[in-house]
Design a protein around this ligand. Structure first.
Ligand code: C2O
Length: 594
């Protein structure tokens, strides 16, 4: 049942209107699916294989009518002008390696010394990108790896593990890189006590792209194979949603510090180590596909929703920014694989993640998700902002040379000489649809709940918070939706310790007045954070807070709330002592800048 419809256009043509003052008059995208630039296929999968039955409540199924999810509007043709750039701001720069400090690993973990082997005379040069005549490394799904590729992969890690711990190529040093950039080992140059942090902001994806790029080249070098490519943990495909079996074999790909309960289970994109999942594996597969579908659909017009908010020099990403939804989703497999209790090693804690070879395969897929996201946007630049494009980092390359790289140079993986094997994107299938709730008026038996507004003061999220939230505008036209994304903002999120945090966000339409049914409505996304050190001295003093932004333009239509002035937002805590500052809804200009 190859669908002829897709909510995700991949051709560049509809977006060539960035000078238009009338973006809503822009040509509509074709509604047929066009193969993406790299040929990533979104062909429908065998729908019935994932049909888990429509008779149970609150579960997902495939809609055989092949109905479009949400609307096509809002995704196409909207050509916003570039954002205003703050004149005074500057890009995040690389750390001063000579000023590396002891890092703090979060709740339950000892302080860690994870500084790199660096001498004051170590030379740092601009990275020389591989020439276009070097072979293209083709990253493949880890659960489908053939025997030859597996043998090479294992051999590479066997050698990496055998190296001296001070060797920049060693797994120890590779893992430390992650710790350095996550847990306060560096201050930003020129800003004492402002942590250099590569999570929770728009540099999350590019920094990790470079990190695994060099890791991949080092592995290849160790086995003398310049075609070696990091297999990706294909957790966006139902068959790939368990830990790939190659990582469970005795041998160099294994890791002792994983949660034994989850070794053969399906990962939940909303995973929490403290809550027993009410879902079967088959239900989780559908739930995940739906969440990925929704993440792309809602965030395609507005990269900050996918990648995260800006962070600029002098700003503390670790405690004031919004992580993108792909980062939040990516935290779930981390938490799921790592040990379930403090200190949550290895994958479950940022400082220790890189000790597990699965980490790099996991990030290969995170990177792939970004690659696909960019293709779906016609490879438009995600943020046309010099502070993003010029953010720069330092890594050891495969020649043990310290090299400097910047974001602008990693946007096209071909420049880094790797790509991804085309595999199906089951979540991109337009027929994935959450079971619609019957629209009928509530039966008298259903007790309605009266909900009030959130109120002016912060509230502890110790049990579910339900609040009535005003929408900036009701009954938005198609054109208005193409111009502006409706964004649910949860702000002032205060996390008193450095442990894991997880809460879920749901949106429901009120039945009338201030009354809503007992059902929480549709999931809009989640806030999922791994344990790590997030408050430096300065951040602590200023009590900086996280926020969460979730696109809801399509969701509002799905729950038939377009005509409502208000919606009911529910926050459901899973883990972590969290305070919430407020909940509101914004309209944010779509961004299709070239
Ligand atoms: Cu740096 Cu998966 O995190």
């Amino acid at each position: 049942m190859a669908s002829s419809l897709s909510f995700l256009a991949t051709t560049a043509s509809p977006f060539h209107h960035h000078h238009s003052r009338h973006p809503r008059k822009a040509a509509r995208a074709p509604t047929h699916f066009s193969p993406s630039a790299s040929g990533a296929s979104t062909n429908a999968t065998n729908a019935s294989a994932y049909d888990i039955g429509g008779d149970k409540e609150s579960i997902l199924r495939l809609d055989r009518r092949n109905v479009l999810l949400g609307t096509l509007g809002g995704l196409y043709g909207a050509a916003a002008l570039g954002r205003e750039n703050t004149a005074v701001a500057t890009p995040i720069g690389p750390p001063d390696l000579s000023k590396c400090k002891t890092a703090h690993a979060g709740t339950g973990a000892e302080d860690v010394k994870c500084c790199p082997p660096y001498k004051d005379n170590s030379e740092i040069v601009d990275y020389k990108f591989p020439t276009s005549s070097t072979p293209l490394r083709i990253r493949k799904p880890a659960h489908l790896l053939d025997a030859d590729d597996l043998a090479k992969y294992e051999e590479a890690y066997r050698r990496m593990r055998a190296l001296d711990k001070e060797d920049p190529w060693s797994l120890e040093q590779q893992a430390r890189v992650h710790c350095q950039y996550c847990d306060g080992a560096y201050d930003q140059v020129g800003f004492n006590d402002v942590q250099l942090q590569v999570h929770f902001s728009w540099i999350f994806l590019p920094w990790h792209r470079y990190y695994i790029h060099f890791h991949e080249r080092i592995l290849g070098k160790l086995i003398g194979d310049d075609t070696f490519a990091l297999p990706f943990w294909n957790w966006d495909s139902p068959d790939g949603m368990t830990i790939p079996p190659i990582f469970l074999k005795e041998g160099p790909l294994n890791d002792a510090l994983r949660n034994p309960a989850n070794l053969s289970r399906v990962v939940d994109y909303q995973y929490s180590p403290t809550t027993e999942s009410p879902y079967t594996d088959e239900e989780l597969k559908m739930k995940n596909l739906y969440q990925m579908n929704k993440t792309f659909r809602e965030s395609l017009p507005l990269p900050e929703l996918f990648l995260g908010d800006p962070v600029r020099a002098g700003e503390e990403a670790s405690a004031s920014k919004t992580m993108g939804q792909i980062e939040s989703i990516h935290n779930a497999p981390h938490q799921f694989v790592g040990l379930p209790d403090a200190p949550f090693r290895d994958m479950g804690n940022l400082y220790s993640s890189g000790y597990d070879p699965l980490f790099y395969s996991h990030h290969s897929n995170v990177d792939r998700m970004w690659h696909i996201y960019r293709q779906k946007r016609g490879n438009k630049v995600d943020f046309n902002d010099p502070d993003w494009l010029n953010s720069s980092f330092i890594f050891f390359d495969e020649n043990k040379q310290l090299v400097k790289v910047k974001v602008a140079d990693c946007l096209n993986p071909l420049k880094l000489r790797y790509t991804y094997e085309d595999v199906e994107l089951p979540w991109a299938n337009s027929s994935i649809k959450k079971k619609q709730k019957a629209k009928a008026k509530p039966r008298s038996r259903v007790s309605l709940v009266e909900v009030s507004e959130f109120g002016p003061d912060p509230r502890p999220l110790d049990s579910t918070i339900r609040a009535l939230v005003q929408r900036p505008k009701k009954s938005r036209t198609k054109g208005e939706k193409e111009d502006d994304v409706e964004v649910l903002v949860i702000d002032g999120i205060e996390i008193p310790d450095n442990g894991p945090v997880n809460f879920q966000v749901y949106v429901a339409a009120p039945y009338g007045g201030n009354f809503v049914g007992p059902d929480l409505g549709e999931s809009a996304g989640n806030f999922l954070k791994l344990p790590h050190f997030h408050i430096s001295k300065k951040g602590d003093a200023e009590k900086k807070k996280f926020s969460l932004k979730l696109g809801i333009s399509n969701l509002i239509e799905e729950i038939d709330a377009e005509g409502s002035e208000k919606v009911v937002v529910s926050l459901v805590p899973k883990v972590g002592d969290v305070n919430i500052g407020g909940i509101h809804i914004d309209l944010i200009k779509t961004d299709w800048t070239a």
